[in-house]
Design a protein around this ligand. Structure first.
Ligand SMILES: [Zn+2]
Length: 121
């Protein structure tokens, strides 16, 4: 992979990481505020619903953050952009769309026909 291409990927990953960290921060602040006001029963129900939604989001964000860290680590060690399955170089256009991907399209397809869990990023 060319240095310029790699730089582009790094900036995508860093942007995404910043966004996720800001979101986590916002979530925390919002949470603290809601607790302070002491909502009544109706509000509490709404709060519960949005909480479970937020936790779900958090879980996804947490995973995304781990993937970003892994990708950045790989960039550091020079192994980024190689398929973890067949070691081939992953198509750059694919990396631009899914910068955390660990497999080439062929291996991904193989995996998908293997299990129904959906695409593994
Ligand atoms: Zn592969």
């Amino acid at each position: 992979m060319r240095g310029d291409d790699l730089k582009q990927i790094v900036s995508i990953l860093s942007d995404e990481k910043t966004k996720l960290l800001m979101k986590a921060q916002e979530f925390r602040t919002h949470n603290l505020k809601t607790h302070e006001t002491g909502a009544d029963e109706v509000e509490r129900n709404v709060f519960d619903q949005s909480m479970s939604l937020a936790i779900e989001l958090q879980e996804r964000d947490r995973l995304a953050l781990i993937r970003i860290e892994k990708a950045l680590e790989k960039i550091d060690t020079g192994t980024y952009g190689h398929c973890e399955c067949c070691q081939c170089e992953i198509d750059f256009r694919r990396l631009m769309i899914q910068p955390f991907t660990r497999m080439c399209i062929d291996c991904m397809m193989d995996q998908e026909s293997f299990n129904d869990k959906g695409p593994l990023l």
